[in-house]
Ligand binder design. Structure first.
Ligand code: BJW
Length: 307
């Protein structure tokens, strides 16, 4: 039932078997089949806002309420989502191969929930469930804050006046022989659902300095990646003159420094396996001979090739 050409699959699996030093660079496409939207392309819009334009310190400064509404929605969606087979397959590979490490650009927590050992999971762009003070003089940071919503004002609005959703509710409750279902949750990416006006005082506030607003503990454009994480990866890279393989999974590989790991791995002899829905999304300077390109849903391909 495999959708992968068997010649390609066999050559990859044979190489994987003999590989010891292996990296996976993963991006939003890994979580796509868990129902989470990607950044670029069709999924990259949230209520007419380009997701990339909200992921900046400038956006937070200009409109912290809007940025928090976006991240509150993302936290909620990520908590509701379940890890898919690819998350589990990578977690399993890291238990099987000592020299394997996942470099994740994702902030959704799904790899962790799939049981990926934390020592071999490097979070390049932070986590939706970390929060930190936005004041430069305050170093307050908090991990694994799963409160949803993080403050009451950020609750997802259930708009009773929205006509489509009322029809849906009516149809559900009118259906014969059907158990009464709980009211549907509205999707706040739906522009028909009004966002409540939020006062700055209703946003999450730093418990330490009592002054700054808390912000999501993710890495925005123009910000440095966590230096401890970068150092750990650097150490791993330097530990040997050879890297055998890098798998580039569900990422457009256009955001640096993350995308640069593909070239660093190549420079140490790594062969590259790309797993992506879009055949045009090849990393760095494109594909080389000896590379593999597996086209399709990471949720299906990754468990198949790592079998
Ligand atoms: C599927 C699928 C399915 C779909 N199955 N596949 C060198 C050159 C030029 C610029 C720079 C440079 N170095 C640094 C920069 C600036 C900038 C940058 O890279 N800009 C580029 C866009 C050009 N980088 C930074 O600012 C970084 N900081 C930095 O460099 O600090 C040092 C510095 C400081 C000051 C000045 C200069 C340097 C920080 C980058 C932070 C990125 N942050 C975000 C937001 C995180 C928080 C949040 O989630 O909201 O990270 S942006 C966003 O992009 C997010 C992602 O992790 C990241 C990567 O996106 P990803 O995961 O690849 O998603 P997509 O949507 O792009 O792609 C999905 C892919 O999946 C597609 O290919 C689909 O086809 C595929 N797909 N469904 C398989 N089912």
């Amino acid at each position: 039932s495999s959708i992968i050409p068997s010649v390609q699959l066999e050559s990859f699996q044979q190489y994987l078997k003999s590989s010891n030093r292996i990296l996976a660079l993963v991006g939003a496409g890994l979580s796509a089949s868990s129902g989470l939207p990607t950044f670029r392309g069709a999924g990259g819009l949230w209520r007419t806002h380009d997701a990339m334009e909200l992921a900046t310190p400038e956006a937070f400064k200009a409109d912290p309420a809007l940025v928090w509404q976006f991240y509150s929605y993302r936290r909620h969606m990520a908590l509701k989502a379940k890890p898919n087979k690819a998350h589990y397959a990578l977690a399993e590979l890291s238990r099987r191969k000592e020299g394997f490490m996942t470099l994740s650009q994702n902030v959704d927590g799904l790899s962790q929930r799939a049981g990926h050992p934390p020592e071999s999971l490097k979070l390049l762009h932070g986590s939706l469930f970390n929060v930190q003070c936005s004041e430069f003089f305050c170093d307050y940071r908090e991990q694994n804050n799963f409160t949803d919503p993080i403050v009451p004002a950020l609750a997802i609005p259930l708009d009773e006046t929205d006509s489509t959703s009322n029809e849906v509710r009516q149809a559900v409750s009118d259906a014969p022989n059907k158990k009464k279902e709980p009211p549907r949750e509205l999707d706040i990416s739906d522009e028909k659902v009004q966002l409540p006006e939020l006062a700055i005082r209703d946003l999450p506030r730093c418990p330490r300095c009592k002054h700054g607003l808390l912000r999501p503990g993710v890495v925005w454009f123009g910000e440095f990646l966590p230096s401890d994480v970068l150092a750990e990866i650097e150490d791993w890279m330097r530990a040997s003159s050879k890297i055998d393989l890098i798998m580039v999974i569900g990422t457009s590989a256009k955001v640096y420094p993350a995308a640069g790991y593909v070239d660093s791995a190549r420079a140490k002899g790594a062969r590259v396996a790309v797993i992506n829905m879009d055949p045009g999304d090849t990393p760095g300077r494109g594909m080389y001979s000896g590379d593999w390109f597996f086209q399709g849903d990471a949720g299906e391909i990754v468990p198949e090739i790592l079998k």
